[in-house]
Design a protein around this ligand. Structure first.
Ligand code: NAI
Ligand code: MG
Length: 502
């Protein structure tokens, strides 16, 4: 495989991009970190360094927040006519599509995902988010409210609401869909007239930095989007705690979500969180198994299981359990593992050595507790952070592999007797509540489960269907608030109520 990796040459635009210094975008300029420090980012398919990136820290966050504050208080962006703002946001979507191949290649190099997947999903979905949110710039409006209050007879009031941008927003994003997560965060904030400091994941900063170049080319006013690369414990923590930030939006682990809430508590800044999951995927015996089996395989193996909504707990009704397990295991065996930049690759490496080791730790714990791997079960020897797609059976509800988010290509398959309270209890027996899947031909069963599963998303006879218009987010410890759709606009606006005595 190493030979294969070496035979890849990056395309010219990507080589050009990698050849220039990777600095911080602050106030419309590319600048080094105040400390002068840089850190390496790795190609997960080989473990080799692909770029050196500025290591932003507290001081850089301070500079970026100051620029965002200036852009918000006295820059043109929040005051721009909504249609003008919408046009610029639309152009960002267009620019992403114009650079689709280049962005997909960068994403694959940085994250490890197959370039074909980045081309078909990550990059076009990121463009969609900007195109969709561009429209909200002109469509978010207040209402008039008839008042009943009577202080003084004869006095009447006229009352209305105005949605105003919340201000300077700190956004912290993970590495599993680097460009798409940047789009989910930036697009609604920009549509509402906010200014932003974006802290990208240390594992995968490249596509956001390229997006930063495109934002400058498009003519986004300076200071509206500032991008800081650096580590979570330093740059991320400084952003969450910065008193000049009005709102923090975070996507990542539930553990760090708690730290964000604590950091934001000092000055009670607004917080939205999109955190982990351990989503149940339920196949009833009447389901069309020709659809449900590949659907269940893709629910867990898409993006190598590095999805917050991965269908990681598979429940199949007893009469079809063996066929489902066999089918998902067959699908797993057929997946072609390899470097993301190989066009034939269907599953790439884990994003990092740490993530590979974390997933392997779960595999070892599951097997030690009595689970059995029908297929997979370990990392692949050699260069790169590859883990075999794995189907575990003989798992019990209390096991770590059933309770905790693995964030890797590992599904636990468990049989159930019937659609009854016991099944629903098992499906909901998790601290998370992000997504759930249901496979059935019975409409009544589909609706029953859709109503009783405690999760922000329920997919019926499908999985991982995302649309910029559909709200996405979690019940329980999967988060606070919703991303996408009209619902996300709430995070980026304050509602002002104006009452006028007539
Ligand atoms: P993480 O939650 O540590 O990292 C996500 C982002 O938060 C990164 O930008 C990171 O720099 C930043 N961050 C880390 N510590 C911070 C802090 N103290 N203050 C502010 N920002 C901070 O996730 P990590 O370590 O990369 O992965 C660990 C586990 O988290 C994964 O195995 C997976 O279970 C889960 N995860 C969930 C994601 C989701 O989409 N819900 C995405 C990434 C990870
Ligand atoms: Mg972490």
């Amino acid at each position: 495989m190493n030979a294969a990796v070496l035979s890849y040459s990056l395309t010219q635009p990507v080589s050009r991009f990698l050849g220039s210094p990777k600095e911080l975008l602050i106030d419309g300029e590319w600048v080094p970190a105040a400390s002068g420090k840089t850190f390496p980012v790795y190609d997960p398919a080989t473990g080799r360094v692909s770029a050196e990136v500025a290591e932003g820290d507290r001081e850089d966050i301070g500079r970026a927040v100051k620029a965002a504050r200036r852009a918000f208080e006295s820059g043109p962006w929040p005051a721009l006519r909504p249609a003008e703002r919408g046009k610029i946001i639309w152009r960002i979507g267009d620019a992403i599509l114009e650079h689709l191949d280049e962005l997909a290649e960068l994403e694959s190099l940085d994250n490890g995902k197959p370039v074909s997947v980045a081309k078909a999903a990550d990059v076009p979905l990121a463009a969609d988010m900007f195109h969709y949110m561009a429209g909200w710039a002109t469509k978010r409006h207040g209402i008039t409210i008839p008042l009943s209050i009577l202080y003084t007879p004869g006095v009447r009031y006229h009352a209305y609401t105005v949605p105003e941008p919340v201000g300077v927003v700190g956004q912290i994003i993970p590495w599993n869909f680097p460009l798409l997560m940047a789009a989910w965060k930036l697009a609604p904030a920009l549509a509402m007239g906010c200014t932003v400091v974006l802290k990208v994941a240390e594992e995968t900063p490249l596509s956001a930095l390229r997006l930063g170049e495109l934002l400058i080319e498009i003519g986004l006013p300076k200071g509206v989007v500032n991008i800081v690369t650096g580590f979570g414990e330093t740059a991320g923590a400084a952003l969450a705690a910065h008193p000049g930030v009005d709102k923090v939006a975070f996507t990542g682990s539930t553990e760090v979500g708690r730290l964000i809430v604590r950091a934001a508590a000092n000055d009670l800044k607004k917080v939205s969180l999109e955190l982990g999951g351990k989503s149940p995927n339920i196949i009833l015996k009447d389901a069309d198994l020709d659809v449900a089996i590949p659907g269940a395989a893709s629910a867990i193996f898409f993006n190598h299981g590095q999805c917050c909504c991965a269908g990681s707990r598979l429940y199949a009704e007893e009469p079809v359990f063996d066929r489902v397990v066999e089918g998902v295991a067959e699908a797993a065996k057929k997946i072609k593992l390899g470097p993301g930049l190989d066009p034939k690759t269907e599953m790439g490496p884990m994003v990092s050595e740490i993530q590979r080791n974390r997933v392997c730790g779960y595999l070892e714990s599951g097997l030690a507790e009595g689970a059995r791997a029908v297929t997979g079960g370990s990392a692949r020897a050699g260069a790169g952070y590859f883990v075999e797609p794995t189907v575990l059976v003989d798992t019990q509800a209390g096991m770590k592999v059933v309770q905790e988010e693995i964030f890797g290509p590992v599904v636990t398959a468990m049989p159930f007797e019937a659609l009854d309270d016991r099944l629903i209890e098992r499906a909901n027996d998790t601290i998370y509540g992000l997504a759930a899947g249901v496979w059935t031909r019975d409409l009544s069963k589909a609706h029953t489960l859709a109503a009783r599963l405690k999760s922000g998303t329920v997919w019926v006879n499908c999985y991982n269907v995302f649309d910029a218009a559909l709200p996405f987010g979690g019940y329980k410890q999967s988060g606070w608030g919703r991303e996408m759709g009209e619902a996300v606009l709430e995070h980026y606006t304050e509602t002002k109520a104006v009452t006028i005595r007539l």
